[in-house]
Design a binder for this molecule. Structure first.
Ligand SMILES: Cc1cc2nc3c(=O)[nH]c(=O)nc-3n(C[C@H](O)[C@H](O)[C@H](O)COP(=O)(O)OP(=O)(O)OC[C@H]3O[C@@H](n4cnc5c(N)ncnc54)[C@H](O)[C@@H]3O)c2cc1C
Ligand SMILES: *[C@@H]1O[C@H](CO)[C@@H](O)[C@H](O)[C@H]1NC(C)=O
Ligand SMILES: *[C@@H]1O[C@H](CO)[C@@H](O)[C@H](O)[C@H]1NC(C)=O
Ligand SMILES: *[C@@H]1O[C@H](CO)[C@@H](O)[C@H](O)[C@H]1NC(C)=O
Ligand SMILES: *[C@@H]1O[C@H](CO)[C@@H](O)[C@H](O)[C@H]1NC(C)=O
Length: 425
């Protein structure tokens, strides 16, 4: 059973001998990683160190790490654990039952922002293997599932550097965790060490960016933990109001996975992907060194961070993006429900899609969501000012924890004549 788990966790499916023969990346003071041989059927793998392995660091080493990170190292306890007598963790059993905490966890389980604020929760709990969901029976079993073993609640750049160095030197699986939004579960990982970046909350606006790019306009510098709704709210309060490209969902981070995956959103038809609006990053690479990456300094790293895949090239500490003048925006949502005539339903879908180019040419952002209720929800926005709640509610049908908005709900967004015109009514 262990073998089956490890085969999917070990990443590169290389023969152990091949991996062991490879020379590690040359980093000053860095010794060769301690690979662990594992077998799954007739295949063998060279894996990172996990709890229980001979190379897993001892308590003294973890205590030293803990003091380097200012006491911010935590044993990761799954958020559902207060509903169970015992969390049977990889580092030993922990008594966890707490009726009041359990009631809180149960009430908040589908609250997205609450999940985001947990040290290492994944919003799509499927990726945690769902082995410790809230329960009414405390004697049920709560195990780690695919949650990480330990978390550094990083408060400073030095804490992140210490975490990277420790994981590299001890060959631990390292995961960077911002909001836990990742569609592919990349912010959780069994037995890993997590660096949580949620504390990096600085937001700084400028009207005239002076950086390596030729660009000389307005910009915003955001810390790694900033979420879209936070920066949009502050940008909206500026005089004149500003916007930046974000995802459609206000709770997704803007300096983590979004930009490293490109990042599309309601303003993309005007300004491109979030990655297209990036001016500069402060980033810590695997050697633990804090670097600036922009069009002139480390341009290859700058290029890689703009779409090269989350957590693939370093840990972003802060990012600077172009901002743009706000424009009036409006939104509308179509809900096509399948009654009895499927042909008619798909004909309606076909007609709507036939307008796609027309919509895009008129600055419309559109998202289409099939739902389990045999409906198709088509949400559209013109000259979008901020993410709406619409998509998120529909995402919520599949997973209610995801995409509830905070703080933007009250902003007005009436349907406008240009929108109706663009829809070719
Ligand atoms: C409901 C929902 C709606 C979405 N809508 C959109 C959308 O409209 N447009 C769009 O483009 N995408 C969208 N996404 C996808 C989203 O952009 C990605 O899942 C993204 O990876 C989330 O990034 P995060 O930093 O918020 O989340 P996390 O899950 O915390 O992190 C995601 C990935 O980025 C890495 N990472 C996080 N922080 C850092 C850092 N500081 N340095 C290096 N690596 C880091 C993590 O290790 C992980 O691999 C949506 C996702 C959800 C769940
Ligand atoms: C790290 O130190 C803090 C503060 O002393 C303590 O609360 C915490 O339990 C320690 N973490 C670990 C994993 O020992
Ligand atoms: C994951 O869940 C499956 C199904 O419940 C279970 O058989 C398996 O042991 C779990 N693995 C871990 C690592 O929790
Ligand atoms: C940058 O913009 C500012 C304000 O618009 C202007 O005063 C300045 O001359 C510009 N500088 C360059 C190098 O274009
Ligand atoms: C279903 O809709 C199609 C397309 O409008 C129409 O041709 C067909 O007659 C309808 N079928 C029924 C059973 O109403």
């Amino acid at each position: 059973m262990r073998g089956a788990v490890f085969s999917s966790l070990c990443g590169a499916l290389l023969l152990a001998q091949d991996v062991l023969a490879q020379q590690p990346v040359s980093v000053a003071g860095y010794s060769a990683p301690k690979w662990v041989l594992r077998r799954d059927g007739s295949s063998s793998y060279a894996c990172k160190c996990y709890p229980g392995d001979y190379c897993w660091p001892n308590n003294g080493q973890f205590q030293k790490l803990n003091s380097t990170v200012g006491g911010n190292l935590r044993v990761n306890i799954p958020p559902g654990a207060p509903c169970y007598n015992t969390f049977k963790g990889p580092l030993g059993d922990v008594k966890t039952y707490d009726a009041a905490e359990c009631a809180k966890v149960t009430a908040n389980w589908y609250d997205e922002q609450w999940q985001i604020e947990q040290p290492a929760a994944g919003l799509w709990t499927y990726f945690t293997n769902d082995t410790c969901r809230p329960t009414t029976n405390p004697s049920d079993s709560c195990t780690l599932g695919y949650y990480p073993a330990l978390v550094i609640m990083a408060k400073t750049t030095a804490h992140i550097q210490a975490g990277i160095n420790f994981a590299r030197d001890n060959n631990l699986r390292l995961i960077i965790r911002n909001t836990g939004h990742d569609f592919l579960g990349r912010s959780v990982g069994w037995g890993s060490l997590v660096i949580n970046t949620h504390s990096f909350q600085d937001i700084k606006f400028t009207n005239a960016w002076r950086g390596a790019c030729d660009y000389n306009g307005s910009a915003v510098t955001v810390g790694a933990g900033v979420q879209a709704f936070q920066v949009l709210k502050q940008a909206n309060a500026l005089n004149p109001p500003k916007v930046m490209v974000t995802g459609e969902c206000g709770t997704v981070g803007v300096a983590g996975g979004l930009v490293q995956g490109g990042g599309h959103g309601p303003l993309t038809n005007f300004y491109g992907f979030l990655a297209d609006t990036a001016l500069e990053f402060k980033v810590i690479t695997a050697d633990g060194v804090l670097k600036t990456a922009n069009a002139k300094i480390n341009p290859d790293l700058f290029w890689a961070l703009r779409g090269g895949g989350p957590a693939a090239f370093g840990v972003i500490v802060e990012a600077t993006y172009k901002t743009f003048d706000d424009k009036p925006s409006s939104g509308v949502s179509f809900d096509l429900a399948l009654s009895s005539n499927a042909t008619l339903f798909w004909e309606a879908v076909r007609i709507f899609h036939g307008y796609s180019t027309h919509f895009v040419d008129n600055g419309l952002y559109r998202s289409t969501l099939p739902s389990a209720l045999r409906r198709l929800v088509l949400s559209s926005h013109l000259h979008h000012r901020q993410p709406t709640t619409n998509h998120c509610r529909h995402h919520g049908r599949q997973h209610p924890a995801v995409c509830r908005h905070h703080g933007l709900d009250g902003l007005p967004m009436p349907a406008s004549q240009p929108l109706l015109d663009a829809l070719g009514s």
